[in-house]
Design a protein around this ligand. Structure first.
Ligand code: HEC
Length: 118
C-alpha cells in the first residue's frame, strides 16, 4: 500500500513539473522575454543568457526587478517587464529557464524535412 502511495506521489510530481515547464515556456514567449533574451534564452552580447541558470538566482532577480530594484537603465528596462508577473509566473518562468532543454538546430531541420515527407 505504501508503495502505491509513493508511486502516485511520484506521478503527481512529474506531471506537476511538466506543467510548470510548459507554463513557463508559454509565459517566456507571451511576455516577449524571448525578443531580448533570445528564443532559446541563450542571450546575446547585449542581453544575458537565462537558460540553465540556477532557479533560485533567476527567481530572486525577477522578484527584485518586480519590486523596482534597478541600478541602471538596462535594469529599469527589465523592471518594466517584471512588473506584471505574478508569484506563480515567476516560479514557473524560473523553473522553465533553469531546466531549459536547448532546441537543437538538427532536430528542427529533421522536423521540417519530415514535414515534407522526405
Ligand atoms: C527589452 C528587453 C528585455 C525584455 C523584453 C526582457 N528582458 Fe530580462 N533583461 C534584460 C536586460 C538588459 C537584462 C540585464 C539587466 C542588468 O543589467 O542586470 C535582463 C536581465 C534579466 C534577468 C537577470 C539575469 C542575470 O543573469 O542577472 C532575468 C532573470 C530576466 N532578465 C528575465 C526576463 C524575463 C522572465 C522576461 C519576460 C517577462 C524578460 N527578462 C524580458 C532585457 C530584457
Amino acid at each position: 500500500m505504501r508503495f502505491i502511495l509513493l508511486f502516485i506521489i511520484l506521478i503527481v510530481q512529474i506531471y506537476g513539473d511538466e506543467d510548470a515547464y510548459n507554463r513557463g515556456e508559454m509565459l517566456f514567449f507571451a511576455n516577449a522575454c524571448s525578443s531580448c533574451h533570445g528564443p532559446s534564452a541563450e542571450g546575446s552580447s547585449t542581453y544575458p543568457r537565462l537558460a540553465n541558470k540556477k532557479e533560485e538566482y533567476l527567481k530572486k532577480k525577477l522578484i527584485d526587478f518586480r519590486a523596482g530594484k534597478a541600478k541602471s537603465v538596462s535594469q529599469q528596462m527589465m523592471a518594466q517587464f517584471a512588473k506584471k508577473l505574478t508569484d506563480k509566473d515567476i516560479d514557473d518562468l524560473s523553473f522553465f529557464l533553469s531546466a531549459h532543454k536547448k532546441v537543437h538546430v538538427e532536430d528542427v531541420e529533421d522536423d521540417i524535412l519530415g514535414g515534407f515527407g522526405s
